[in-house]
Design a protein around this ligand. Structure first.
Ligand SMILES: NC(=O)c1ccc[n+]([C@@H]2O[C@H](COP(=O)([O-])OP(=O)(O)OC[C@H]3O[C@@H](n4cnc5c(N)ncnc54)[C@H](OP(=O)(O)O)[C@@H]3O)[C@@H](O)[C@H]2O)c1
Length: 287
């Protein structure tokens, strides 16, 4: 196939909040697939919070991005040219080769998608990694019981909105936090029992008001002040699902105070709490 495609490269590492200057849009010739490969035309790629720590040159559960190379991450595309007998032209696939318009793959790590089952973009959302993280974190790690009170931070995000709805289906009372009135309205439409705007009310005060008898599970997407407030609100044998700490990802240096998932000892100091980390998937053969 003749022509050029664009890809987005990381060209510098961020200090604090990332700006556009860290990225470069580069044109490259559309690659020709060799025998056994497919050429994919991407339709969607996902911009996920875990990418922010990967932009730093630090050790983590995933390797840092390499400067000068295209960002990678979840993407959905359509096979444009196939030289691989397992994938036909026109098939939709999920892969990890975004952020680029065209991607080459040997097929080994592709997942075939059925566009009649659900909109294909959901493979990057509720039917993909964020939805599965919510399910795994809530049901496998959090072990909800009917009647439990569950607090979900980052509740209007991809993981939080799924975790909150799943907790409702499990018969729990669900409290969510989000950063605007519009988002709170949406959480109520989703069935959240209560929600607060963390820009208007501190998590500590909100939880004291909305859960005077305490909470049973904290699904932590945010860390920082949310985590600190949740530790105080958790009852005996409360569970913390340490999913993420997005409020701290842009901190130029680590600051004191709870930050999930790095300081598990802090969770255990009161009320025999349990904390489990969603990146620890050893117990789940499905993951
Ligand atoms: N396997 C894993 O362990 C795994 C997998 C996926 C995600 N995660 C983690 O789960 C969390 C959510 O991911 P996602 O995919 O749902 O992301 P998302 O869809 O981008 O949502 C992130 C949410 O975080 C909120 N947020 C941003 N900055 C914040 C701050 N300073 N304080 C409080 N809230 C803030 C935003 O909502 P507002 O506008 O309401 O602030 C946004 O809705 C992240 O921490 C991520 O790292 C972990």
């Amino acid at each position: 196939m003749e022509g050029v495609g664009r890809e987005i490269r990381l060209v510098a590492r961020p200090q604090g909040f990332p700006g556009e200057d860290l990225f470069e849009v580069t044109e490259t010739p559309i690659p020709a697939p060799a025998e056994g490969q497919v050429l994919i035309r991407n339709a969607y790629f996902s911009v996920d919070p875990y990418m922010r720590p990967r932009m730093n040159d630090v050790r983590s559960y995933v390797a840092p991005f390499t400067l000068g190379e295209a960002m990678t991450g979840g993407a959905v595309g359509r096979v444009a040219v196939s030289r691989n007998s397992r994938y036909g032209e026109g098939e939709w696939v999920l892969h990890q080769l975004g952020w680029r318009e065209w991607a080459l793959s040997d097929g080994a790590t592709l997942r075939r998608l059925d566009p009649s089952a659900a909109p294909i973009s959901t493979a990057l959302g509720v039917l993909g990694m964020p939805g599965f993280t919510a399910w795994y974190g809530l049901f496998v790690l959090g072990e909800p019981k009917e009647g439990d009170t569950v607090f979900v931070s980052g509740a209007a995000g991809a993981v939080g909105s799924a975790a909150g709805q799943m907790a409702r289906i499990a018969g729990c009372r669900v409290i969510g936090s989000a950063g605007s009135a519009e988002k709170l309205e949406w959480l109520r439409e989703l069935g959240f029992d209560d929600a607060f705007d963390y820009n208007e009310q501190r998590p500590y005060t909100a939880l004291a008001e909305l859960a005077p008898n305490g909470i049973d599970i904290y699904f932590d997407n945010v860390g920082g002040d949310h985590l600190e407030a949740a530790i105080g609100a958790l009852g005996n044998h409360g569970r913390i699902v340490a999913c993420g700490s997005i409020s701290r990802y842009n901190d130029p240096a680590s600051s004191p105070g709870p930050i999930s998932p790095r300081s598990p000892s802090e969770y255990r100091m009161a009320s025999r709490l349990t904390t489990k980390d969603t990146t620890d998937t050893k117990g789940c053969p499905l993951w």
